[in-house]
Design a protein around this ligand. Structure first.
Ligand code: FAD
Length: 545
């Protein structure tokens, strides 16, 4: 009987053990977890802070007893694998409560030790009792207890990635004063700067004090100090500035470590040592689009890699296309989803690309509770290969992003999206789905049918004294407009053509770039030269007023 030993009992580890049992009833499967729990939903941890998940123990999906009973898997908690002898094919397991050591042999060893929160020791007071990070159920219980026992009113969250934002959202519902500190110039590195502004506004609207381009240097009992010298009131600090792969055990055993600092694996998740596999947050993966090595600390890859590694052990063919990085978060009343490459990532990787932003409604506008979907589609130029997308809205933007993620993983092109037949009724979307609309605009760009410029360039256009037409109705213009813009509504421009100059470039914008697009096309057809649509909307943010 094959003896399979798994290190780590959560995302990848529990998936690997369960898959092994599904493929081989006679295998001896043992899973070692150094913490007190196995198989918990890490991703649900922040929701205990708001009380949405009142009982932290319910985050544990399966106990060792259930693993034994249902799957005949030996799940040993408080058991840390501290050493691997790859020649003898044994591991040394330490009982974390007694310190006792024992040696266990394996035929196949699967490492899924995950990643550790980054806690820079250079920060003064980082080890204080009011500084926390979140990795497991013990952590979340500890934070909750501290906040309650100490009547904490002010919390600083360091790091504006998805974990930091989820913590902010959940603590935001408890009425605490929250400060979010992010070192970059915008939160969520998975979306571009222009889309991040929507997230920033959402945070401000929910009374979060957002501080960008600043970092933590010192923690005290009731305040923190930042690189800029600012001090912020905070009796508790939650660190969420990223994770680092937990490679110590693998490195000690002699497994090669990759260029990104994760455990190096081949296509089948084999490490450089025979019969030792590695999966999950601890490994280095390949980005399907850039072909560059990268790390992706997300639950789906961890679980699929685990399944694939076990399939390979049992001689089943697996396909490893690399990762694209799809994710979604809920933030107060907004959902933010993304997949593939951002414009910034394209630039970093010197990939020639274009991007379009459309802002259709989530359902037909006569229906109740319509709200805009901000959708950006990034594509190769001139190839038209779909490279990435970002979507923000009150509705389930995960649909748009999942459709585009599917296309990306099938190496789809813009014309695959323009003619993609998706389900429709007024409750769910517009007849042409947001995805179709974005692709149609992209097709126009690929066909050189008209010119566009991103809203992020509006400031420099104004500074250069460019002629900007605001194509909205006068009442919309009166409510707020670009100071130098001229209001020529789409509904009037045919009678006011003499106001549109022919001797200089003209830029047109509106609320969602749809009316401006129609005016651009009409002027092009009327023989005007040098007419440019402003893609996206300068007034995007006002949608959420
Ligand atoms: P883990 O699930 O972390 O498991 C590793 C386990 O190995 C740990 O329990 C550790 O104690 C144990 N271990 C380490 N070394 C040893 C050793 N030597 N011996 C024994 N045991 C050891 N992903 C998403 O896709 N969507 C989300 O919404 C999302 N939200 C998240 C929210 C939070 C707060 C956190 C922390 C993570 C979130 N993730 C999310 C990420 C996701 O949980 C991870 O990508 C996934 O769990 C990785 O699985 P893993 O097996 O590599 O690591």
């Amino acid at each position: 009987n094959k003896k399979i030993v798994v290190v780590g009992g959560v995302g990848g580890g529990a998936s690997a053990a369960a898959r092994a049992r599904r493929l081989d009833e006679s295998a001896e499967v043992t899973m070692y977890e150094k913490g007190p729990d196995v198989s918990f939903s890490n991703c649900s941890l922040p929701y205990h802070l708001s009380g949405l998940i009142p009982d932290a123990n319910s985050i544990i999906l399966k106990t060792p007893e259930q693993f034994k009973k249902q799957y005949n898997i030996q799940a040993e908690v408080n058991s840390e694998v501290v050493d691997i002898d790859s020649k003898q094919k044994t591991v040394q397991v330490k009982d974390t409560q007694t310190g006792a050591l024992r040696t266990v042999n394996y035929d196949e060893l699967i490492l899924s030790p995950g990643a550790k929160p980054v806690m820079p020791q250079i920060i003064k007071g980082i080890d204080n009792k009011n500084v926390f990070s979140i990795r497991n159920v013990v952590d979340i219980k500890r934070i909750q207890k501290y906040l309650v026992d100490n009547d904490v009113t002010d919390v600083a969250v360091i790091g504006g990635g998805f974990i930091g934002l989820e913590v902010i959202e959940n603590l935001g519902q408890t009425g605490k004063n929250l400060t979010l500190i992010e070192m970059a110039d915008h939160v969520l590195g998975t979306i571009d700067d222009d889309f991040a502004q929507l997230v920033h506004k959402n945070l401000y609207d929910n009374d979060v004090n957002v501080i960008l381009e600043d970092g933590l240097v010192e923690v005290d009992d009731d305040q923190i100090r930042l690189v800029s010298g600012k001090t912020i009131k905070a009796q508790a600090v939650i660190m969420a500035i990223g994770v680092t792969p937990d490679i110590a055990l693998a490195a000690k055993a002699g497994c090669k470590i990759g260029v990104t600092g994760g455990i190096e694996v081949n296509q089948q998740y084999e490490t450089s040592i025979p019969d030792i596999y590695a999966v999950g947050d601890a490994i280095e993966v390949t980005n399907m689009l850039t072909r560059q090595k990268t790390r992706l600390a997300l639950a789906y890859p961890a679980q699929m890699e685990a399944r694939d590694a076990v399939d390979h052990i049992y001689g089943r063919p697996i396909q490893n296309k690399g990762v694209i990085g799809s994710q979604v978060i809920h933030l107060f009343d907004l959902n933010v989803a993304s997949t593939g490459l951002t414009e910034a990532a394209c630039e970093e990787n010197q990939i020639e690309h274009r991007a379009v932003t459309v802002i259709p409604q989530n359902r037909v506008s006569v229906m109740p509770d319509t709200s805009p979907i901000f959708l950006k589609l990034v594509f190769g130029y001139p190839s038209g290969e779909i490279l990435g997308a970002q979507a923000i809205g009150k509705s389930g933007v995960d649909k748009q992003i999942d459709v585009i993620a599917t296309m990306i993983s099938m190496h789809g092109h813009i014309d695959d999206l323009t003619h993609l037949e998706l389900c429709y009724s007024p409750w769910f979307s517009t007849a042409k789905n947001a995805v179709n609309i974005a692709a149609l605009v992209a097709e126009n760009i690929l066909n050189d049918e008209y010119q566009q410029v991103s809203i992020s360039k509006v400031r420099s256009l104004v500074e250069k004294g460019a002629f900007i037409i605001d194509a909205r109705e006068p009442n919309e213009y009166a409510a707020g407009h670009i100071t130098t813009s001229v209001n020529i509504p789409l509904s009037q421009f045919r009678q006011r053509l003499d106001e549109i100059p022919t001797d200089r470039p003209v830029y047109i914008h509106c609320q969602s770039s749809q009316r401006s697009y129609n005016m651009v096309r009409a002027l092009d057809n009327l023989g005007y030269k040098n007419i440019t649509n402003i893609s996206g909307s300068y007034l995007e943010l006002m949608q959420y007023e």
